[in-house]
Design a protein around this ligand. Structure first.
Ligand code: BMA
Length: 376
């Protein structure tokens, strides 16, 4: 009798844990090679399959906040520093929803205008990806405020879990408000809790355990898909610089919770001597993409203010085209054109503009005007 009861305890505990944590998910299943949200909308599924396929031969170029402002302008309809120097809008538009509780994001971009720009870019065939530099939920400080071991407080069972659900509700409302001209939900590659291998954000490596990070990620995906029925998202996991598969996967939340394997790297592209390190990252991410059947992507990079006129072909293109594996990433995105001392794409008259045009003309690189229909 004792033995029998003992045998039942693990089963009972598993059921109890799963029902309390919501780990028994309806919506998430990576089976069949589709997105981890098995209820993803038709357009979201199409985007997933098209990006995975395109990654084998082409690399999409992306730019953060491209339509919102440039180095010398703010919120002017139709403008884009990338278009004004290359002739096309970027293929991927990065947006940011930190300060989701406000009217403007942490970089002062109005959420109402952002929704319009997202619709505009999507209607032209571009890809939308959204990052989330959310405030520290313990202190109310910025994403860079690492006080308070915040992750442990917002996961289920933590004192701020309800608060975090409210934030996720705001994220859900925002995502569900993104509609194309025909009323369909606009697919978004959502990239929360990025650069998790560094310790500069409150969700970073030294500020939570692996278990806590993974729990936060899984909770986020479960809450958005199963509780809020958000089905227009692909989920991008992105580390900072890395040098091995083991290091990259240390806090990987699992195949059922991730669609895009991303990494941010500003460091190795700033120095010609780090060429091999960038190439190593591209090899690992492309191989992992195949192994785990996910979309590999270079989710953030850039050289601040691009002081090297040939940086586009001599560094980025050179590394992406180093061999047949390095070019097998779905996209590469450079950061925002905030001001003269903080911009990552050229503007009219920029010393790197001519080289940027060469980069844009390479057969491997796709800008928006060269994109196939990604949503069918
Ligand atoms: C950082 C900088 C900050 C900005 C943040 C979120 O890399 O550009 O100025 O607030 O990204 O966009």
């Amino acid at each position: 009798m004792k033995t029998k009861v003992n045998n039942l305890i693990p089963v009972f505990l598993t059921i109890l844990i799963c029902s309390c944590t919501g780990q028994k998910k309806q919506g998430n299943s990576a089976s069949g090679g589709g997105p981890c949200d098995s209820l993803a909308t038709a357009e979201t599924k199409a985007l997933y399959f098209n990006l995975k396929e395109l990654a084998k031969t082409k690399v999409l170029f992306g730019h953060q906040d491209d339509l919102a402002y440039g180095v010398h302008w703010w919120a002017e309809p139709g403008r884009s520093d990338v278009k004004e120097t290359s002739g096309s809008y970027p293929a991927v538009y990065g947006w940011e929803i930190g300060n989701i509780e406000g009217e403007r994001n942490l970089d002062s971009v109005s959420f109402a205008e952002m929704k319009e720009w997202i619709r505009e870019g999507y209607e032209r065939g571009g890809v939308i990806t959204i990052s989330w530099h959310e405030h520290n939920p313990v202190t109310g400080g910025s994403a860079w405020d690492t006080i308070g071991r915040a992750v442990s407080t917002i996961i289920p069972g933590g004192s701020n879990n309800e608060l975090w659900k409210q934030k996720l509700d705001m994220v859900a409302d925002f995502m569900l408000s993104l509609k194309g001209d025909n009323g369909e939900l606009i697919p978004v590659v959502f990239r929360p809790y990025h650069e998790l291998t560094g310790s500069w954000f409150w969700w970073g490596k030294d500020l939570c355990t692996s278990e806590e990070f993974i729990r936060l990620w899984q909770f986020t995906v479960d809450y958005l898909t199963s509780v809020r029925n958000v089905h227009n998202l692909l989920y991008a996991f992105s580390t900072d610089v890395f040098d091995s598969e083991e290091y990259y996967l240390d806090r990987y939340p699992g195949d059922d919770f991730v669609d895009v394997l991303g990494f941010d790297d500003y460091r190795t592209v700033s120095n010609p001597e780090s060429r091999d390190q960038t190439i190593n990252e591209l090899h690992i991410i492309s191989e992992l993409g195949k192994k785990l059947d996910k979309i590999p992507a270079w989710t953030e990079t850039g050289l601040a203010s691009i002081p090297v006129p040939e940086w586009w072909t001599a560094t980025i293109l050179d590394r992406i085209k180093a061999d047949s594996l390095t070019c097998q990433i779905a996209w590469v995105l450079v950061w925002r054109n905030a001001r003269l001392d903080h911009h990552y794409a050229p503007f009219s008259g920029h010393p790197s503009a001519a080289d940027f045009k060469k980069f844009r003309d390479d057969e491997c690189i796709l800008f928006e005007d060269e994109l196939p229909d990604l949503y069918k």
